[in-house]
Design a protein around this ligand. Structure first.
Ligand code: FE2
Length: 407
C-alpha cells in the first residue's frame, strides 16, 4: 500500500470514527451510557486496553472518574490539578504524551496517572474551562502515538467536551429548578401558615366559634368540588372560607360573645365585618380570583334581604352563595352564646324552610348531595359529616331529604 493510500485509509477511518462518536453523543441515551461508549470508541480507535474519563468536581479542584475500562474499581480515584497545571493544559489544548515527559506539568496528578498506567492525556474543554480529561494507556501493539493519532484524539475530545458541557448545563438547570421549586414550596407553606394563623386569630375572638373558619373552608371546598369547580377554584374558596370573617378582627370581643340581643349600634358594628374584611383582603394580591368579594357577600340572601349590598340571587357571586349556606349551616350546628346548637335534622329543616329565600337552590342541592354521598360512604374523603357533632343515620336522612324540594 502506498503512502497516499495509507493516508486515505486513515482519513476514512478517522471520519468514520468521528461520525460514530457524533451519533453516540447526540443520541437520547442517558449521560452515563454516552460517556461510557464515547470512552470505548476512543480506546477502540487507538487499541488501548485501559482508560478513563474524568470530570471536574465542582468546588474541589479535583477531577473524578465518570467512566473507565480495564482499571477495576477506580471510584475513589481523584486527579488533583493545581491552577498552574490547569492553565498550562488549557494553553496547550492538544493531548499530552505522558511517556515523553509531558507529565511534568501535572504536579500531584502525575502519580495518580502513573498508577493507572496512563500514556496519553486529552483535555475536555469549553472556552476557558477544563471540564474533564481523558486518560488512556498505550496502544496494544506497543506502537507509539503518531501526530495523526493526536489530531484524531483532539477532535474526539472536542466532541466529548460538547456532551460533557451540555450535561453540566442541564445539571445546573436542574439544580436551579430544584432550588426554585423548594423556594416556591417554602413560600407556599409560609403563605398557608399565615392564612391559617389569621383564621385561628379570627376564631379566637369568639369562644363559641372555635374552628368555624376551618369548617366553613372545608365545607365550601367540598361543595365547590361537588359543583364541578376546577382544583384552582376549589383552592380559592378554601382560602376564602378561612378568611371570610377576617373583618371581625376589628369588632369588639364583647359584642361577638354577647349572649343577649345586640343593640342597634352593636348590630351595626358586627354587621360591618364583611365590608371591613373586603377592604383588608382587596389589598392582597391572591393567586385565586374572587376572595375579597366572597368575603364581602357571605351574608347576602337570595331574596335581597342580606347585607351589606342587599344583592339578590345571581347578583351574589356564586362563591359567596356557597359560603352563605355553609356559614349558616355551621352556625346552626354549633353552640352559640344565645342558643344551643340545632340538631342535624333541625338544621336541614331550617335550610329547607329558607330555600330560595336565604339560600340559593343552586347550591343547596349539591350540598344535600355531598351529605347524602358522605352518609352512604360513597366518597373517599368525607368532609361535612365527620365534622358534625352527631351520628347521621342513613335511613332517617333519606326520609328527611326525600321531602326536600327539587331544583
Ligand atoms: Fe360572617
Amino acid at each position: 500500500m502506498t503512502e497516499t493510500e495509507l493516508s486515505l485509509e486513515r482519513l476514512l477511518f478517522n471520519l468514520n470514527t468521528l461520525a460514530e462518536l457524533g451519533e453516540e453523543i447526540t443520541s437520547p441515551k442517558d449521560f452515563t451510557r454516552v460517556v461510557k461508549s464515547s470512552l470505548y470508541m476512543v480506546m477502540g480507535s487507538f487499541s488501548s486496553s485501559r482508560g478513563a474519563i474524568f470530570q471536574h468536581e465542582n468546588g474541589s479542584g479535583s477531577y473524578v472518574p465518570i467512566a473507565s475500562k480495564g482499571l477495576g474499581d477506580i471510584g475513589g480515584l481523584k486527579l488533583k490539578l493545581n491552577d498552574e497545571a490547569v492553565s498550562e493544559l488549557l494553553k496547550r489544548r492538544e493531548p499530552v504524551d505522558l511517556s515523553s515527559g509531558g507529565a511534568g506539568l501535572l504536579g500531584a496528578a502525575r502519580e495518580t496517572l502513573e498508577k493507572i498506567d496512563a500514556r496519553v492525556l486529552a483535555c475536555l474543554t469549553v472556552k476557558d474551562e477544563l471540564l474533564g480529561l481523558i486518560a488512556i494507556n498505550g496502544k496494544f501493539s506497543g506502537e507509539p502515538f503518531t501526530v495523526y493519532d493526536f489530531q484524531l484524539l483532539s477532535v474526539m475530545s472536542q466532541h466529548i467536551s460538547f456532551s460533557l458541557h451540555s450535561h453540566s448545563l442541564l445539571m445546573k438547570l436542574m439544580h436551579k429548578y430544584t432550588e426554585n421549586k423548594n423556594l416556591y414550596e417554602n413560600l407556599r407553606r409560609i403563605y398557608y401558615d399565615t392564612i391559617h394563623a389569621f383564621a385561628a386569630a379570627i376564631d379566637a375572638k369568639d369562644s363559641y366559634t372555635r374552628g368555624h373558619s376551618h369548617r366553613v373552608s372545608a365545607y365550601s371546598a367540598a361543595l365547590a368540588r361537588e359543583m364541578g369547580w376546577s382544583n384552582d377554584e376549589v383552592e380559592g374558596i378554601r382560602i376564602a372560607g378561612l378568611l371570610h370573617d377576617i373583618g371581625k378582627i376589628t369588632v369588639d370581643k364583647t359584642i361577638i360573645n354577647k349572649a343577649s340581643p345586640l343593640t342597634s349600634y352593636e348590630c351595626r358594628e358586627l354587621n360591618s365585618h364583611p365590608v371591613i374584611g373586603y377592604e383588608i383582603l382587596s389589598k392582597i394580591k391572591f393567586p385565586w380570583k374572587g376572595i375579597p368579594m366572597m368575603t364581602r357577600n357571605h351574608h347576602e340572601k337570595v331574596d335581597g334581604t342580606g347585607y351589606p349590598d342587599r344583592l339578590r340571587k345571581s347578583e351574589i357571586p356564586i362563591g359567596a352563595r356557597i359560603m352563605a349556606l355553609v356559614d349558616a349551616f355551621d352556625a346552626m350546628t354549633t353552640d352559640r352564646p344565645y342558643r344551643p346548637r340545632l340538631s342535624f335534622r333541625e338544621a336541614i329543616c331550617e335550610v329547607r324552610d329558607n330555600w330560595n329565600r336565604q339560600f340559593d337552590p343552586e347550591v343547596v342541592h349539591p350540598f344535600i348531595s355531598v351529605i347524602r354521598k358522605e352518609v352512604r360512604r360513597e366518597t373517599d374523603n368525607p368532609t361535612i359529616v365527620p365534622l358534625l357533632q352527631e351520628e347521621i343515620d342513613g335511613a332517617s336522612l333519606n326520609r328527611l331529604l326525600d321531602g326536600f324540594p327539587r331544583a
